[in-house]
Design a protein around this ligand. Structure first.
Ligand SMILES: *Cc1c(COP(=O)(O)O)cnc(C)c1O
Length: 534
């Protein structure tokens, strides 16, 4: 798939490790991860000179404007792109798709990103990705029969939230099989139900005896194995897929304009702070790209839970795993490197999309010392390769150059929020406003309040990434003493109540990538047979 001549520099893609250049958007979406192990980025972030004129666009219209800068019209014709976008956001329960709520504090707003089919912010990207996959595959397969058809096998790991959103995005789609690995017994009961009650033929759930990181390692091993990759034609839905980063850019523009409509003391052109509950650094990276396109963010605040590799990076300039050893009640030592917290969708040891930020920062560092664009990109690719070799070999890299770090700190601040602080924020927010936060959103609000204490003159938009009903244990335990609080009545959607009685389907598997490979192979064979017989 070579690129057509009509594409601009922001519509052609490269790998953060230097091995690919000039790829089409279609290639990037279908491959997910570059062959050299790097992540895809456009050659250039497009500057949206007319962004102010987008103020009154609807969510789908705004998405169309933004996506068009990254996708050549000769790859996906505008009318087709519009149709994909409209289909993707018509499944949301809120008219605005991502409504902005005002919390009590004058300068604090909460961006509700959880009105999609699985009640997670991930729907916003995965509904789009599902329709995009189907569009690209059906187009490739026009007039092809049986074995000649191009079939995509999506494999992903989830600590709960990605999985249900991916499944809701891909269920029933033509020419796609989806297998989602989750750590057995370690996802919330509702999330497990959301995934395993999805009994569409092309959806497969695997419960792995291990942690989320084990699941992620298995997925990486499958992608890294040339034979499996070729046999199964693997596609990724984890936030390494650039189309997800792309879809999330819309949040930042849309909420900025909502704020300008809602607040008399805020005008288009004013600076705002965004606070993003962060795990794999996908969502906040989208915010960073939005600011590069021209959106005036004064700072992006990275809010982490106790798995705080990102907060430690911004504090020290060193990016390093920090294996946690916890004594279990039976006296044995649990050697999971990742802590289990109240906000499990942010329980990560390393952040996969951070590599993309490091590429940008390295490129800018090289450019600042006089390198031209081409050499700066080359330097960035080399730096990323050596940092990630070091991460693999020694569990960390850095400290990075002080100037590189300072440049990053012009855009980012960070904060770390403990479980007890998360619980406290859920409680005080409810007491003051009757608003029920989920634990991930509460990590964001805790960090936002601290940011307001440092920089209170700025309006803050804190991103709410999940519906509170998805994390019932944390919410109920935080609010159990509040007079009159009734989880079932106030929080639980009817749709969730119905899950309990639905049929489920799930396969258990050991923590072994070869075993997973064999299962995926046989499931895909079944899917192909079923598709062939209509
Ligand atoms: C995935 C997820 C996050 C973290 O988002 P990243 O893009 O991985 O940083 C935060 N909250 C919830 C509820 C999530 O599902």
């Amino acid at each position: 798939m070579s690129n057509d001549s009509g594409a601009t520099e922001s519509q052609k893609y490269l790998s953060t490790r230097g091995g690919d250049y000039g790829l089409s958007f279609e290639t990037v979406v279908l491959k997910g991860l570059a062959a050299d192990g790097g992540l895809f980025l456009p050659h250039e972030v497009p500057v949206a000179h007319d962004w102010r004129s987008w103020k009154d666009l609807s969510y789908p219209e705004l998405a169309f404007r933004i996506f068009s800068l990254f996708i050549s019209s000769s790859e996906i014709p505008p009318d087709d792109l519009k149709a994909i976008i409209d289909r993707s956001y018509s499944t949301f329960r809120a008219d605005e798709v991502v409504p902005l709520a005002h919390l009590q504090d004058d300068n604090l707003y909460l961006l509700e990103l959880f009105h999609g089919p699985s009640y997670s912010f991930k729907d916003c990207a995965l509904q789009f990705l599902g329709n995009l996959f189907e569009y690209l595959l059906v187009r490739k397969n026009e007039g092809k029969q049986g074995k000649d058809r191009h079939h995509l096998t999506v494999v992903g790991a989830t600590s709960g939230d990605t999985g249900s959103a991916a499944i809701y995005g891909l269920r029933g789609k033509k020419d796609v099989s989806v297998t989602i690995l989750h750590p057995k017994g370690r996802v919330s009961p509702i999330q497990e139900k959301q995934m395993t009650t999805c009994t569409d033929r092309n959806v497969h759930n695997l419960a792995v005896t291990g942690t989320f990181d084990d699941c992620q390692d298995i997925v990486k091993a499958l992608f890294g194995d040339a034979e499996t990759n070729k046999d199964l034609n693997l596609g990724a839905v984890n936030s390494i897929n650039f189309s997800r980063i792309l879809a999330q850019i819309v949040f930042y523009f849309h909420s900025y304009f909502s704020l300008a409509r809602k607040s008399f003391s805020f005008n288009v052109g004013d600076k705002v702070r965004f606070v993003t509950p962060t795990g794999n650094f996908g969502n906040i990276l989208s915010g960073y790209i939005a600011t590069k396109m021209g959106l005036p963010a004064e700072k992006l605040v990275v809010a982490t839970n106790e798995n705080d590799i990102l907060h430690r990076f911004w504090t020290t300039g060193r990016y390093e795993k920090n294996p946690v050893q916890e004594a279990k009640s039976d006296g044995s030592v649990k050697t999971d490197a990742c802590k289990e917290t109240l906000s499990p969708a942010m329980d990560i040891l390393v952040s996969s999309n951070f590599e993309r930020l490091m590429w940008f920062l390295s490129k800018e560092f090289a450019a600042a010392s006089g390198s031209d664009d081409q050499s700066s990109k080359k330097q960035a690719g080399q730096d990323v390769v050596s940092w990630y070799q070091s991460l693999k070999a020694t569990g960390g890299f850095g400290p990075v150059h002080q100037d590189l770090l300072e440049n990053g700190r012009r855009s980012f601040e960070s904060d770390r929020v403990s479980d007890s602080e998360t619980r406290e924020t859920i409680k005080t927010c409810y007491q003051q406003t009757k608003y029920v936060l989920d634990p991930h959103s509460a990590v964001g609000i805790t960090a936002a309040k601290r940011s307001l204490a440092r920089a209170g003159s700025y309006k803050h938009i804190s991103l709410s990434t999940a519906h509170p009903a998805k994390f019932s244990e944390a919410v109920e335990s935080a609010l159990k003493d509040q007079a009159g609080f009734d989880f079932e009545k106030q929080v639980l959607p009817d749709e969730f109540k119905a899950l309990a009685s639905k049929e489920t389907r799930v396969t258990s598997v050991e923590n072994s990538w070869e075993k997973v490979r064999d299962i995926v192979k046989s499931q895909v064979e079944e899917d192909l047979k079923a598709e062939a017989s209509g």
